[in-house]
Design a protein around this ligand. Structure first.
Ligand SMILES: [Fe+2]
Ligand SMILES: [Fe+2]
Length: 249
């Protein structure tokens, strides 16, 4: 039994939005996803999909995308991404009712994996705009957008804290923390998200959202303050799900 993760499938069975304009890695990405997930993930495994599942804006426009995810092997747990307009965070319980025993939507709740609690939320990262000097050094940024980002981070932190709290109340002491956005922006070495990860001593922080080679290094990867940070964007992994547990290190 193993725990895998991958994010950003950006499916569009009903909306016909091709991802191929974003580079060669996206060519036939749905076929690659199907092939690699089927090869790697076994029916007894768990696969966490870390957001940006579908281009559909309403649940009806996502039906085929979610059906595709349902058909993948293993138990599927979904996290909200910034593109998942079909998923109102306040209506997560209704989604879980509707997809009971088929898909689990991780928001203000947790999922058990062996003696671990899988907790998570979309998160948020301030993405600029940053102002650069001619050498590419950051000399400033849009402060209004930064203030807005701080509010969104606070809201996401409250949601994440509820997820941890519910898991802790249920007796869990081991955690894997999932975010859609990276835990820090390109200027930060720590953030409320890295702080809560350290507070709970999580086994790993798993995130996606970063697309294209220029973005893969935007946040922390590898060991940092004793915690493993893992980027699992589909294009970064060439659509091969990453094993989270058991850990290879
Ligand atoms: Fe994405
Ligand atoms: Fe995203």
């Amino acid at each position: 039994m193993a725990l895998y993760a991958m994010g950003d499938l950006h499916l569009s069975f009903q909306t016909d939005k091709s991802m191929e304009v974003f580079g060669r890695v996206w060519k036939n990405h749905v076929k690659k996803t199907e092939k690699y997930v089927s090869r790697i993930v076994k029916p007894e495994d768990t696969l966490v999909l870390t957001g940006d599942h579908s281009w559909g804006r309403k649940l009806e426009e996502c039906a085929e995308d979610l059906a595709f995810i349902e058909r993948l092997p293993g138990r599927k747990i979904l996290l909200r991404g910034n593109h998942d307009m079909f998923w109102d965070a306040k209506k997560t319980e209704q989604l879980n009712e509707r997809f009971r025993d088929r898909l689990f939507f991780l928001q203000d709740n947790f999922a058990a994996y062996e003696d671990y609690a899988l907790v998570g939320t979309k998160g948020f990262t301030f993405e600029g705009p940053f102002y650069l000097d001619p050498w590419g050094n950051v000399t400033g940024w849009d402060e209004e957008k930064e203030a807005r980002a701080e509010k969104l981070v606070a809201r996401e932190m409250a949601r994440l804290r509820r997820s941890f709290q519910k898991a802790e109340d249920a007796g869990y002491r081991k955690f894997v923390m999932f975010l859609h956005y990276p835990p820090t922006n390109i200027l930060e070495e720590s953030s409320p998200f890295t702080e809560i990860a350290e507070e709970y001593g999580v086994s790993a922080v798993v995130y996606s959202h970063c697309h294209g080679e220029r973005r893969y290094g935007d946040s922390i990867r590898g060991m940092h303050h004793g915690i493993r940070y893992m980027l699992v964007s589909g294009d970064y992994l060439n659509f091969r799900p990453e094993q989270i547990l058991p850990s290879s290190i």
